[in-house]
Design a protein around this ligand. Structure first.
Ligand SMILES: [Zn+2]
Length: 310
């Protein structure tokens, strides 16, 4: 079957566009995208543990599970998407890769770039804490600091990609194709719902596409400057696709406060021994808010990133 790339909003079809619709600026989507691993050297990403949270199941009167995405090679689900983007960069013979990021994406891409002999540039806002970029720097990424917000960094990353023949990486079409495997690994386990933090929405949509029919519960941060940096996104790139898939699966979107997130993070660590990043803990914080609606259901939390990073 031939791969079809099309705009999620205006439906215009494309052949070799990997970012946003050049016409209307919305996310692109694809049917039958074939994931190749012809050039890329991988690191054992994916097939993460799925474990039952017994104490929390009892507390919430449901059957609660965790998909431990923080056990990927660089400590987050991003690795599943990075291999697809790196494969494309190598296939196109690019000089390197570039992304705008403040954490997980930079850590993941810089590691895969190092392993695959690609140069890696990461564009970050000047105020990004050093600790967030430690992994990327360790793997040899070049940091470019921009006096502005995340959106300004995306513009700079784009111009580097054009000028230096680098491949622009980010929460776009290709990354979503890689992240679908989270959903595929959960097929047949009879979950009623999956719960995922929403930043750009890329991973939530990917899971919904891989795990068709299971209810999509997305959790956003209420606070614009939330401590959960991985979901500190004001205008999600995949907003259009999120609402499509939430509707399609009869799902819902929940907002949580920073206090809710910190409490949930503590509970996951002290009750179940899982040390996860703030954004990952937002999933449990969201479930607490809909406690009455989930009685007796089988639910999986997508624990996106490691607590060792924060
Ligand atoms: Zn469009």
């Amino acid at each position: 079957m031939k791969c079809k790339i099309f705009c999620s909003k205006c439906k215009k079809a494309y052949f070799d566009q990997w970012w946003l619709c050049p016409d209307c600026g919305e996310s692109l989507d694809a049917n039958n995208y074939l994931i190749k691993q012809k050039f890329v050297k991988t690191m054992g990403e994916g097939n993460t543990p799925l474990i039952r949270l017994e104490k929390l199941s009892n507390q919430l009167n449901c059957d609660l599970w965790a998909k431990c995405e923080y056990q990927n090679p660089t400590g987050s689900f991003k690795d599943r998407g990075s291999v697809v983007e790196i494969e494309k960069a190598l296939e196109l013979g690019k000089n390197g890769i570039v992304c705008a990021s403040t954490g997980n994406m930079a850590a993941s891409l810089s590691a895969y770039a190092a392993r695959n002999n690609l140069r890696c540039k990461v564009v970050v806002p000047t105020q990004t804490p050093k600790s967030k970029l430690q992994q990327a720097v360790a793997c040899g990424a070049i940091l470019i600091k921009v006096d502005g917000a995340y959106d300004d960094c995306v513009d700079v990353a784009q111009s580097i990609a054009d000028k230096e023949n680098f491949f622009l990486c980010g929460d776009y079409l290709l990354r979503r194709q890689g992240q679908k495997s989270i959903g595929e690994e959960l097929v047949g386990k009879e979950f009623d719902s999956f719960v995922v933090p929403i930043g750009n929405g890329n991973v939530g949509v990917a899971i919904a596409q891989g795990l068709r029919g299971v209810r999509f519960i997305g959790v956003k941060a209420k606070n614009k400057k939330t401590i959960a940096s991985a979901i500190r996104v004001m205008n999600p790139l995949d907003e259009c696709l999120i609402s499509t898939w939430v509707q399609k699966t009869n799902g819902l979107l929940i907002s949580v406060t920073d206090l809710n997130i910190l409490e949930a993070q503590k509970i996951l660590a002290t009750e179940e021994g899982l040390c996860v990043e703030n954004a990952a803990a937002a999933t449990l914080a969201g479930l607490f808010k809909i406690k009455e609606k989930i009685r007796g259901q089988k639910i999986v939390l997508i624990l996106t990133g490691s607590g060792l990073k924060d």
